[in-house]
Design a protein around this ligand. Structure first.
Ligand SMILES: CC(=O)N[C@@H](C)C(=O)N[C@@H](C)C(=O)O
Length: 663
């Protein structure tokens, strides 16, 4: 039989869509969710869909050239609210399920997000960005930046952020809107960022989070507060000793569960735990102190942007535990954490669960899942019968014509004899007896996790005839706290060796042509790519994306530079510049002879483009190896995952062309 399927292309990205934010109706008979895809103009659209679990029908509730998100059922399931930019800015909209008309509820000057229904279904709490001194209740003045301000006074250290640009003078405030009258009560103010958590079951309190420390620039703690909705004294639940998020009330209102980690540890390399506050006793306890697993989805892919709203800790009906997403050995699943600290896996498998939702009685759940061959779909799980059913196949038609490569899991010995997990994608159309070039892919973070999720770029390289090797060196999530922290202060040390051992490991296979190797990575993965080509000429070509090459300048130009370097490099430019320089690939430029493609977004505030400029200039000046520099105007650090679709496709094409030319 002839194989009529084809390999995936860069342009297939325009067709790939994914569902997110599933929300089961309280009675468990239907689910709403967001489906994100690109339109004919290659712009993103997100719409709200309704899936009936009774007749398995799928209906679009919204349409048009808009971004709709945050669908949320009212507690009795008769109404829906969602956030949409259909009137210009992201505002809260309301939809009666028996009617087709939407009603706009908020008119905040700068848009809103994160709606949460009150238990009586009359009000909705939400978050809104406001300029210092600006309120939600007075006027609707636009918070637009002057097109070209004549000057900007910077007096904070946290004055810019990769996703929001310049954030000086703006803060996130929490408010409540009455959906009948539209009247808005702003609950928070001041120069602090606040986030909505959950309502107490009696509707009197709102649990929120905020960093209200004296100096938020250097004090990173985020506390949980209870704010009385009708006004009055706040209650502080945590003790400014960590970063805590997503508080949820137990059904009896006596406890709060939340996710976080204590402050005396690393901000980025500390696994998140589950905490419970007993509100009457005023105690806070970590439930999962002995569970060496990260709570949250640490998986990294390239179809969705990370950080989709996830439900946090969802209490069981008997209040004896809570369901959460956690990440282990390349998979993320749903776990039940009991009040005594014991943990049961509820939904496992070699896959990436990136969202879930329960009905009121916790009889069933709907989850959003990706795996190595599926960008994302929804599944229903009946917890009583323990049966699982696939609800959607959003890319079914497209993927019917595409031949994907199925990854093979490997475990190999890294530095110091550590056991390292990784995967090999063989080329599409692989034939025994042939040899193939191989590309080592390195993830960023470094505290994230490659795993059982869809990676378009890897499939594209496999379709182009490459073996793709991707592993989780030390520093990755999924293998316990010691493992995730093991690269801190040692960038380019044993993390580098773990990666090189992966290359040694795959080069044992007859089908790998060890004279034709390439290496690629983004962000920390870009740092490591630069580091690797500074060590020698083992690779024929390299592609470094949104990379870091000089920690001394990164410290001052990155939105997180001054504290990220302190934890990750364990140095700063005024106390130990030698260490900053020691770990900088720019130091190794005299050794670099590998053809290098440098790609970088011009509005990347995480790893600003000056990093790419320094590397490009020195390599060009030295003139020993081909180097090409592609700048992406307007693109930020998330470009490869959620940026302009045409730029994403171009980036993939440049990558393939570079490897095809030099490997
Ligand atoms: C915490 C952080 O943003 N680290 C960056 C240096 C990084 O490596 N980011 C990764 C997740 C990326 O892929 O962009």
């Amino acid at each position: 039989m002839t194989d009529t399927k084809r390999g995936i292309t860069a342009e297939d990205l325009y067709q790939i869509c994914y569902p997110s934010e599933p929300q089961l109706s309280p009675d468990g008979t239907k689910a709403v969710f967001v489906e994100t895809k690109m339109d004919e103009l290659r712009q993103y659209q997100s719409h709200i869909y309704l899936y009936s679990l009774e007749d398995n029908s799928k209906t679009a509730l919204t349409s048009g050239p808009f971004r709709d998100s945050f669908p949320r059922w009212s507690p009795d399931g008769s109404k829906l609210c969602f956030v949409s930019n259909r009137s210009g800015k992201a505002q809260l909209w309301h939809l009666d399920v028996n009617e087709t008309e939407f009603k706009q509820i908020t008119n905040g000057p700068n848009g809103i997000s994160s709606p949460v229904w009150s238990p009586d279904g009359r009000s909705i709490a939400f978050a809104a960005f406001l300029r210092t001194g600006q309120t939600l209740t007075e006027g609707t003045e636009e918070l637009t930046e002057e097109a070209t301000p004549k000057s900007i006074t910077v007096d904070k250290m946290k004055y810019k952020s990769d996703d929001s640009g310049f954030v000086y003078e703006k803060n996130k405030q929490v408010a409540v809107v009455n959906i009948e009258t539209g009247s808005v009560t702003q609950l928070t103010e001041g120069t602090y960022d606040h986030a909505v958590g959950s309502w107490s079951p009696d509707g009197k309190w709102l649990a929120i989070t905020a960093n209200r420390s004296v100096n938020p620039d250097i004090q990173h703690e985020i506390d949980i507060y209870l704010v009385p909705v009708e006004g009055g004294e706040w209650k502080k639940i945590t003790n400014s000793d960590g970063t805590y998020a997503m508080p949820t009330f137990s059904k009896d209102g006596k406890k709060l569960a939340f996710i976080g980690s204590v402050a005396d540890q690393h901000l980025y390399a500390t696994m998140k735990k589950i905490w419970v506050a007993e509100l009457d006793a005023g105690t806070v306890q970590c439930l999962t102190a002995d569970w060496d697993v990260h709570v949250g989805d640490a998986t990294i892919g390239d179809v969705r942007s990370p950080g989709h709203p996830n439900p946090g800790a969802v209490w069981t009906t008997d209040g004896q535990g809570m369901y959460v997403i956690a990440s282990e050995k390349g998979s993320s699943g749903i776990y039940l954490v009991h009040l005594d600290g014991s943990v049961t896996k509820v939904v496992g498998g070699e896959r990436n669960v990136y969202g879930f939702t329960f009905d009121n009685e916790k009889n069933s759940l709907v989850m959003a899942v990706s795996d190595s061959l599926t960008p994302g779909d929804l599944f229903h799980v009946d917890l009583n019968t323990e049966t699982e059913k696939r609800l959607t196949d959003v890319n079914g038609e497209l993927f019917q014509e595409i031949r994907l490569s199925t990854p093979e899991e490997i475990w190999y010995e890294g530095a110091e004899g550590w056991n390292i997990q990784g995967w090999i994608l063989k080329p599409v159309g692989f034939q025994e007896g042939n040899t193939y070039p191989a590309i080592l892919q390195i993830h960023g973070g470094p505290h994230s996790m490659y795993g059982h999720t869809f990676f378009h770029e890897f499939q594209l390289l496999a379709a182009q005839g490459y073996v793709v090797v991707y592993t989780n060196p030390r520093g990755s999530y999924g293998y316990g706290e010691r493992f995730v922290q093991a690269c801190c202060g040692d960038y380019g040390g044993n993390d580098y060796k773990d990666l090189m051992h992966a290359v040694d490991y795959v080069c044992q296979f007859d089908y790998v042509d060890e004279t034709r190797l390439g290496v690629a990575g983004g962000s920390y993965g870009g740092f490591m790519t630069n580091w690797i080509i500074g060590q020698g000429n083992r690779f024929k070509a390299a592609v470094t994306d949104r990379s870091i090459c000089n920690w001394i300048s990164f410290y001052g130009v990155s939105d997180i530079g001054y504290y990220f370097s302190a934890e990750e490099i364990q140095a700063n430019p005024f106390e130990n510049p030698e260490k900053m320089w020691h770990h900088s690939p720019l130091r190794l430029v005299a050794n670099m002879e590998t053809p290098l493609l440098i790609m970088h977004g011009e509005r990347d505030y995480r790893c600003p483009i000056e990093q790419a400029e320094q590397l490009y200039m020195t390599l060009r000046h030295r003139g020993k190896a081909p180097v090409s520099f592609i700048r992406f105007p307007g693109a930020n650090h998330e470009m490869s995952r959620s940026g302009d679709p045409e730029q994403r496709v171009l980036r993939l094409q440049y990558t393939v062309d570079w490897f095809n030319q030099y490997v």
